[in-house]
Design a protein around this ligand. Structure first.
Ligand code: 26Q
Length: 829
């Protein structure tokens, strides 16, 4: 019976795809479907005060159009039998989907018209949508931009991730401090996901290995007495821009099996047995809110293996359905891109599947594995490299640990042959770090098991091959390559900045949304006074929108005629929000001293979340809030300086922020920020950057020209050199501005009711062991900020440089990045 139905469906599918035209995308068709979904799917009579149901009706109307294209894309990939890529990531920071889908389908105008009779705009409806905040920051948002670009380029890339019930926490500010709240993003339903129970996978944990002989007398490992968890997939459609392609983001939800703790059930403990299922369901409950590895959390490792195993099984299952148990062409037709080391246990898991489940030899399995895995590194901080205690692996993933040991033994053999007698080198390169509590170096596993290792900006890759991974680079130089990050120009200019993008399209046509290299043509507009004026008008409107957001969220009035100086990103010592605060205090000192000559009125906005256990980061948030409160209350400062901390910074907030920013703060200690991607969003939207020679800032400056970028600070090499004899005390002493700033902080001026609370921050600046060398860059930062003020006073010049920034941002499209991944690593033709 089932077979009958599915064959009928299959027949219909092919008929549909060939013959029947898709649902209409004109305003009438959309209006009809909107009404149908509103009344019939959702069972509503009229639109109540909130637009919740209307939003859902619109989402369903749009979704229908996606689904048609989704099925046809799937069919096309299947027919082509082409190579497929799985982008495996613990994070996908997708944000909202409605406007993105509408834009990529090209139905904005008709949908707006169909909404007209409801007296509501698309933007208003959008406000009903929760952000899919399934990521911490840069790495998660990069994965989302990449999926957009893959779909836009028509590449057969599937995203694999976890369907966290709770995404990135909500941040509230109470008494100036961060308070975390739960992000129950699914509580009002999610029209963008499709459960696919037919593709449920089974993931094993715990148990032990038994070796058994097969009929040929060969030994095989069996992983037995395991505690299994089901992985149920939820698929999200990922539409390409204007090409009728819809790719898939497959997110796994963990579910208990029914045989769980059956013994207790038989003994009469029915309720206990059922209750114990929650263990399994915990796995995908919550996203870990740390953007630096937090070692040793058992649940985090469970998440990593759960994602990896379910995803590899998924790919394997598709392979077997088409090719049967023949793996000759497997690595020719499959590639796995590992987003950082988080899913790097994939190396061992693929080995396990090939060895144990499909009975290939070690050499065959290893040859396949090392030719289809690829690893992207996102950090230079040695302390951020993932390590897992062997004992945790031993209990939770015993079979995987055996395989890792074997991989390591064979790898060390190779090293020993190349460098006989060098035992130091062996222990430095080993996947296992020996010691009291031995641990597994996940980056080493990823490098050994991959055919490609890439950094995310030129400098980052250079520092990886010269520093962190130097010895691996010497061993396998061909594996290492750079892929400078990018962001999708659709979301990050196209629909987050309607006014500017309409103006751009008017000037150079709308081809830039599809081929962002076209944006270069904008540079000629700097000589067109009328265009410059319109550019300013559009940007002024965007600043008003941002000012509204700041007013509403922070209660602080930002005046759009002032310079909008913005730093939004995760709060971290290395990103140096503290340096920004020191500058703010310096400006405040000048105002109080009556030294406002050459100053320009500024609004400084800082936003971002701190990892809940990161004490100093949380204290920085408190400092920003206290400084803001004092300055905003001081009438003497009112015309010169306003400061706000924006709570709950997320993807949707950035859509408004990047469009309304004049000055983008990218001020990390050189050599610490792998790339940065916020810097690119600001640049695309015509902000100027003040920044160090770090991460992708370097390439941004190269692209726009040194005259159009405010550079300051030590280089990565200078930072490294200074380390051994760094003396912040003498720097402070010899810099009058800095010593006055320190005095004001130390006087308790910003914490009169809470004496001493900022001592740890003050101490960190004065400490000669300060890794981030905040004091070292203060002087040149202040100078660069003065250059900012001087330029801002000259509106015409500022505007020209603003246009030039947008016009020079072509390279920072994730389409360019993905084309390079596809050509160099994935070899998708
Ligand atoms: C790992 C293990 C256990 C718990 C948490 C983690 C974890 C989670 C998230 C570790 C790191 C992250 C996120 C890292 C991240 O966002 N890195 C940023 O990646 C961007 C994209 O490449 C770069 O632009 C940034 O420079 C980099 O900081």
């Amino acid at each position: 019976m089932t077979t009958d139905i599915s064959s009928t469906v299959a027949a219909n599918v092919s008929v549909n795809l060939d013959d029947s035209p898709w649902l209409g995308i004109d305003a009438n068709s959309l209006e009809t479907d909107l009404a149908r979904h509103f009344h019939l799917t959702l069972g509503r009579d009229k639109d109540p005060a909130s637009h919740y149901y209307l939003y859902n009706a619109a989402a369903l109307t749009v979704r229908d159009r996606l689904v048609e294209r989704w099925r046809s894309t799937r069919q096309n990939y299947h027919d082509a039998g082409c190579k497929r890529v799985a982008y495996i990531s613990l994070e996908f920071l997708v944000g909202r989907s409605l406007c993105n889908a509408v834009m990529n389908l090209g139905i904005e105008e008709s949908l707006q018209r169909s909404l007209f009779r409801y007296g509501v705009t698309l933007e208003q409806l959008s406000e009903e949508e929760s952000d899919a905040g399934l990521g911490n920051g840069g790495l998660g948002r990069l994965a989302a931009c990449f999926l957009d670009s893959c779909a836009t380029l028509g590449l057969p890339v599937t995203g694999y991730g976890l369907r966290y019930e709770y995404g990135m926490f909500h941040q509230k500010i109470e008494n100036g401090r961060q308070v975390e709240g739960p992000d129950h993003w699914l509580d009002r339903g999610n029209p963008w996901e499709f459960e696919a129970p037919q593709d449920t996978r089974r993931v094993r944990f715990f148990g032990h290995t038994r070796f058994e002989r097969d009929e040929h007398g060969n030994l095989h490992a069996c992983w037995v007495d395991t505690e299994d968890v089901l992985a149920v997939p939820y698929d999200m459609p990922i539409p390409g821009y204007g090409n009728d392609t819809v790719n898939t983001l497959r997110l796994w939800k963990s579910m208990a099996t029914d045989e769980f703790h059956l013994q207790e059930f038989n003994n009469g403990g029915y309720a206990e047995a059922v209750a114990s299922k929650t263990q399994a369901e915990q796995i995908t409950m919550v996203l870990y809110p740390n953007d630096v590895s937090e070692n040793g959390k058992v649940l985090r490792l469970k998440q990593q293996y759960f994602l990896t195993s379910a995803s590899l099984q998924d790919v394997m299952d598709r392979w077997l359905k088409r090719h049967g148990p023949c793996f000759e062409r497997f690595s020719e037709l499959n590639c796995f891109q590992l987003n950082d080391t988080h899913p790097s246990v994939a190396v061992a898991e693929l080995m396990r599947l090939l060895l144990d489940e499909h009975r290939l030899s070690w050499d065959q399995s290893w040859a396949i594995t090392r030719s289809c895995m690829a690893y992207t590194n996102h950090t230079l901080l040695p302390e951020a490299l993932e390590r897992w205690p062997v004992r945790i692996f031993h209990d939770m993933l015993p079979r995987i640990l055996e395989i890792i040991y074997e991989i390591n033994a064979r790898f060390l053999q190779e090293v020993a042959e190349k460098w006989p007698g060098d035992t130091q080198k062996l222990s430095r390169l080993s996947i296992i770090e020996e010691g009291n509590d031995p641990s597994i170096r996940m980056a080493h596993l990823a490098i050994v098991g991959s055919m490609s290792v890439n950094g995310v900006a030129q400098l980052h890759t250079e520092l990886l091959t010269q520093g962190l991974f130097r010895e691996f680079y010497e061993l396998w130089p061909h594996k290492f390559n750079n892929k400078t990050n990018g962001v999708t120009p659709r979301r990050w200019l196209g629909f987050c900045n309607r006014e500017l993008s309409d103006l751009i399209s008017e000037r150079i046509g709308d081809g830039w949304l599809r081929d962002f290299s076209n944006i270069k043509a904008l540079s000629s507009a700097v000589d067109d006074a009328h265009f410059c004026e319109r550019w300013n008008t559009a940007r002024r409107h965007n600043k008003s929108r941002l000012a509204d957001l700041v007013k509403q969220r922070c209660g602080v009035s930002f005046d759009p005629s002032m310079l909008f100086d913005v730093q939004v990103k995760r709060i971290h010592e290395y990103k140096r929000q503290l340096l920004n605060v020191l500058h703010v205090v310096h400006l405040y000192n000048r105002i109080l001293a009556g030294d406002t000559h050459g100053m320009v009125p500024r609004c400084v906005l800082i936003g971002g979340k701190a990892a809940p256990g990161y004490f100093l980061a949380k204290l920085i948030i408190k400092l920003v809030n206290n400084v803001a409160q004092v300055i905003n209350q001081d009438l003497r400062a009112h015309d010169w300086l306003r400061v706000a901390f924006l709570p709950d910074y997320n993807v949707t907030a950035m859509e408004i922020i990047c469009a309304g920013t004049d000055l983008s703060e990218q001020i990390s200690t050189a050599g610490k920020e792998a790339s940065g991607t916020g810097n690119m969003k600001f640049m695309m939207n015509g902000a100027l950057t003040i920044g160090t020679l770090d991460g992708a800032n370097i390439e941004i400056r190269d692209a726009v020209g040194a005259d159009n970028f405010f550079l300051f600070g030590l280089t990565a090499a200078e930072v490294a050199e200074l380390r051994s004899h760094y003396s912040p005390e003498s720097i402070i002493e010899s810099d009058k501005n800095l010593s006055e700033v320190m005095q004001r902080l130390e006087s308790g001026y910003f914490n009169q009711d809470e004496p001493g609370i900022f001592d740890p921050l003050i101490y960190s600046i004065r400490n000669s062991g300060d890794s981030w060398m905040t004091a070292a860059d203060f002087g040149s930062y202040v100078q660069a900020q003065q250059a900012v003020s001087d330029l801002y006073r000259n509106t015409d010049q500022w505007t020209q440089k603003s246009i030039l920034n947008t016009a020079s941002s072509a390279f920072f499209s994730s389409d360019r990045t993905i084309r390079a991944y596809a050509d160099d690593i994935w070899q998708l033709t």
